[in-house]
Design a protein around this ligand. Structure first.
Ligand code: NPW
Ligand code: K
Length: 463
């Protein structure tokens, strides 16, 4: 039972393919189900501490896992009951059901228990749940002290991360073999509770992974301010936002931060301030240019964006600059010789790339391909996609991040990592998102964006 960080994120089809490969290698589906059900039972045993367990079994192999777990708990002399929605419909589930020697109640009539285990549907869910099933789940879930979902809470769409029905949230979800998109993408992720991955001996791989701690070089005795990375931030109508990015870039480890703005505060003194001129962008020492936070959306802002796009500097495009990116400018982004990282939230993403029914992972990947830029599609489930098809999904960090200025801080952190090594824009984007989330986790209560920027210093020391 392991946490998600660094794990491959596997779609239903990929998981099925991995299962089939394991079967082709000689491990039968019954053996896989025996492993999955036994792992599930061991976890239930730990969590239930002797309380009565009710396992709800569906017709497919998710239900099969439920029967195996029930038989194991019974063999350990623990109190367990089984209620089924329908008879098992696969050979493996039938065999598993045959291994359960107790009575099988009906879902509609079963009584609640302190520990509820949902093994109704997993990756095979193909349509919305019947309202009667939802009602039964809600009734039993409300009366349970702890509800545990096997693989996925029944009713969530594995790949898109949406709920097909008004299903209740689990307290714990035991992801079998690998996390699936629904374990990370909202709203489904919000219905999973705490997620643990159970190893069932089915190796799964994917170019989509859960974001893990980055491995970044620390400054050494021969480091100097430019070797650590020089970040320039283009200011505009709202000086505070660009300042936040500049402070965040410094605190994330940039050696030199230049704020190209006409107005603003005098603190901190570590930020070098100059008025914006197109010439300033020709400084070859600049490793990353951040444009967008507080830029404004008028003619001057548009001109600054065009100058930034025309420059030879790696770019982080955020906030207002994303609003100014029309189709022609997106083409300029795609044709740039040096990298671009874009940081849209959902509204900015829809405006730039259009709305879509596909998963956030697929949409981010398509946007990266379209723009040739690394895309940081922000949210509680931030998705980072490279134009080459690599994707990382960040786990939700802290709901208090939903406050003004936290996006400016992210842009600053990403800029700092990009300035250190622009050859690896995707890694810089991942490092920035990771550090930003880590800083947010360190903070308590209604923190403000300034606190978040300051917290990056401590995060950086531990990278
Ligand atoms: N991957 C691995 O290595 C391993 C995976 N394992 C486990 O297998 C699980 C996947 O099993 P699975 O493919 O049998 O699908 P599952 O989720 O049980 O449901 C399919 C059944 O539900 C039905 N059905 C669907 N939607 C419905 C609805 N809304 N309302 C009503 N019915 C609905 C559907 O019927 P149909 O759509 O054909 O009408 C079919 O009968 C996976 O999550 C994991 O737990 C382990 O056992 C072993 C190793
Ligand atoms: K389930």
């Amino acid at each position: 039972m392991t946490p998600l960080s660094g794990k491959p994120v596997v779609t239903a089809a990929k998981m099925r393919a991995a299962e089939e490969a394991a079967i082709a290698d000689g491990t039968s589906v019954d053996i896989l189900m025996a492993r999955a059900g036994t792992e599930v039972a061991q976890t239930i045993r730990r969590l239930a501490s002797g309380s009565e367990v009710l396992i709800l079994c569906g017709p497919g192999n998710n239900g099969g896992d439920g029967y195996v777990a029930a038989a194991a708990l019974r063999a350990w002399s623990l109190p367990v009951r089984v209620a089924a929605l329908a008879p098992p419909a696969t050979d493996a589930a039938r065999n598993a059901c045959a291994g359960w020697s107790g009575p099988v109640e009906t879902l509609a009539e079963t009584k609640s228990a302190p520990i509820l285990v949902d093994a109704l549907f997993g990756t095979g869910l193909s349509r919305a749940l019947d309202p009667a099933i939802v009602a039964a789940l809600r009734r039993l879930n409300a009366r349970a002290r702890l509800s545990i979902a096997v693989d996925l809470p029944s009713g969530v769409d594995t790949d898109r991360g949406v709920a097909l029905g008004d299903i209740p949230a689990a307290d714990v979800t035991l992801a079998l073999g690998a996390p699936k998109p629904a374990h990370l993408l909202y709203p489904a992720a919000g219905l999973c509770g705490a997620i643990r991955v159970l190893d069932i001996g089915v190796p799964a791989s994917s170019d989509v992974m859960v974001l893990a701690a980055p491995d970044l070089p620390m400054p050494g005795p021969d480091s100097h301010k430019y070797s650590r990375g020089m970040v320039a931030v283009v200011g505009g109508d709202m000086p505070g936002a660009a300042e936040l990015s500049a402070i965040a870039a410094l605190r994330a480890g940039a050696g030199y931060v230049l704020l190209l703005a006409e107005h603003g505060a005098l603190q901190p003194h570590a930020i070098v301030r100059k008025a914006f001129t197109p010439d300033a962008l020709t400084d070859k020492r600049i490793g990353a240019l951040i444009i967008g936070p507080g830029l404004g959306r008028g003619d001057e802002a548009r001109a600054r964006l065009d100058q930034a796009l025309a420059s030879a500097v790696p770019l982080v495009i955020d906030g207002d600059a994303l609003h100014l990116l029309d189709t022609a400018r997106l083409d300029v982004v795609r044709n740039r010789a040096v990298p671009v990282i874009m940081t849209p939230h959902a509204g900015e993403f829809d405006a730039l790339f259009g709305k879509g029914e596909e998963s956030k992972i697929d949409r981010a990947r398509a946007a990266a391909l379209r723009s040739g830029a690394t895309i940081i599609f922000k949210g509680a489930d931030t998705v980072i996609a490279s134009p080459q098809g690599a994707v990382r999904v960040a786990q939700s960090a802290n709901a208090w991040l939903s406050t003004a200025g936290t996006g400016d801080v992210l842009a600053g952190a990403v800029g700092a990592f990009l300035s250190g090594n622009a050859n690896i824009a995707f890694d810089a984007a991942c490092a920035g998102v990771w550090a930003h989330a880590r800083a947010a986790r360190r903070l308590r209560g209604a923190f403000i964006a300034d606190d978040l920027a300051d917290a990056l210093t401590a995060v950086r020391s531990r990278l």
